[in-house]
Design a binder for this molecule. Sequence first.
Ligand code: FES
Length: 577
Amino acid sequence: MVVPDREEASVGLRSEQWYAGEDRNAYIHRAWMRRGGPSDAFTRPQIAIANSASDLTPCNAHLDEVAGAVANGVREAGGIPLNLPVVSLGETNVRPTAMLWRNMAAMAAEEMLRANPVDGVVLLGGCDKTIPALLMAAASVDIPAVVVPGGPMLTGTFRGVPLGCGTDVWRLSEEVRAGTLSQEQFIRSESAMIRSRGHCNTMGTASTMALVAEALGTVVPGVAGTPAPDSRLLEASHDTGRLVVELVERDRRPSTFLTKASFHNAIVALAAIGGSTNAVVHLLAIAGRLGVELTLDDFDRIGSGVPLLVDLQPAGRFLMEDFHRAGGLPAVLREVRDLLDPTGLTVTGRPLVDHLGDAPIWDPEVIRGRADPIITEGGIAVLRGNLAPAGALVKPAAASPHLLQHRGRAVVFDSIEDFHARVDDPDLDVDADSVLVLRGCGPRGYPGMPEVSNMPLPKKLLERGVRDMVRICDGRMSGTAYGTVVLHVAPEAAAGGPLGLVRTGDVIVLDVANRRLDVEAPDLLSRTPSAAMTSAFASPSRGWERLYVDHVLGADTGADLDFLVGSSGSEVARESH
Ligand code: FES
């Protein structure tokens, strides 16, 4: 536990606006909140515990226990803990896709933090969208905030072999389609997939966002990646509860320490751990809330010189339990310390690099040393060209090296439903060199930018032993997936992007070395989108989906809503008693 710098000045409490004074409103605020706390409760820091626990978000179902440990720490440090249930998003359950609701969860958390008498907040997340949404909210409200990541699950095994949660679902289902695994064995593996509480145990989006949040400086260093059932998570939660009270006393708000340097360090971490491409949209959205100028190109510029050091699924062998045992994020960051920005601060008030002194690698098979990287240049490549003028991503570490330079004939699908209807048609004109193109899956087109870019391969090619093909899509890909997938193509087809003008038979050229994605079609921009394609775009008539479609921005800037970018601040002057 790192004690913050005591030299920083103490400040008045935001909650005094509700509780201080002799007038009727202060009476009302205090009277309704007298619940058996100490007599001076209303002069102490009021700490919200933004708790995304939900039975419908299995990855976060244990967070009530974590919240209890945080509350103990808050009390011990002299604060008042306040449980604040927030919108919870269970990646596997929520329809049509959890990403549709990320901005809603962020907006709801932002407004509840603004609306209530709280001075600081501990953000409890785990499943993919929960940490990004809560960080977006805290960044906009700009009150002292610390994240406690709920942690990954322990490793399950099937037939004596470790199961990577998520990743092995794709692998096993492809084996069934290829005829190398029986349907019965596939179903039997289901009960072995989830061994314990916690989120997916691969280097998927949840693991990535927990680690990236730590590199960003918003988690107590060394905590992210602690497995959910590990007693050290509760210990760290307790300590975080103590820390947030001190942050309030020192007015250490996100805007005071989250800078471009913090995002630089997050991108270095993302590359070194081989993290999910989903981190790109989430980091862009968080930066947008803070007014930090972060662009898609920063990910390539900063990340591509960083060696990939972590051998975890989906691209590698091990799982998060192994990662934690091997030394976790501090051990990784210590190896690339020279690539970090030494000015990037953390919630402790000290630079991230100051926390890397004693961080050995305990298992060099899982976390490689700098001299022995898995790939010398990791990171996420940002492609541009006439097919993606605003950018597209590919993760070379998850791709097949021989496909990173490729020319192939496009086979185009107008929606995910169109894809499912035709991909296994024996008459589909497709071969191993074809490029599968799926559109209508961007933030606006679907809506919500689902994780469908890693399209399953046509069955007839699987049966011939084909295991990877170039795939291009304006949607996202699960962090637990792999393959030569070009994704987040921007502008998306539904926003008038040229992806909507490609036709089956066009030749597509992928050149990752030169960061290019083009279609050889001189008449491309004079074409008009087909009626089949435009009719596939959703046009919701009401509710959140309507609001979302009208206001969502492109993946290249984080897919936030246009009116949510930036800070709302914590001041709410009006009250109606
Ligand atoms: Fe929640 Fe994977 S389903 S992290």
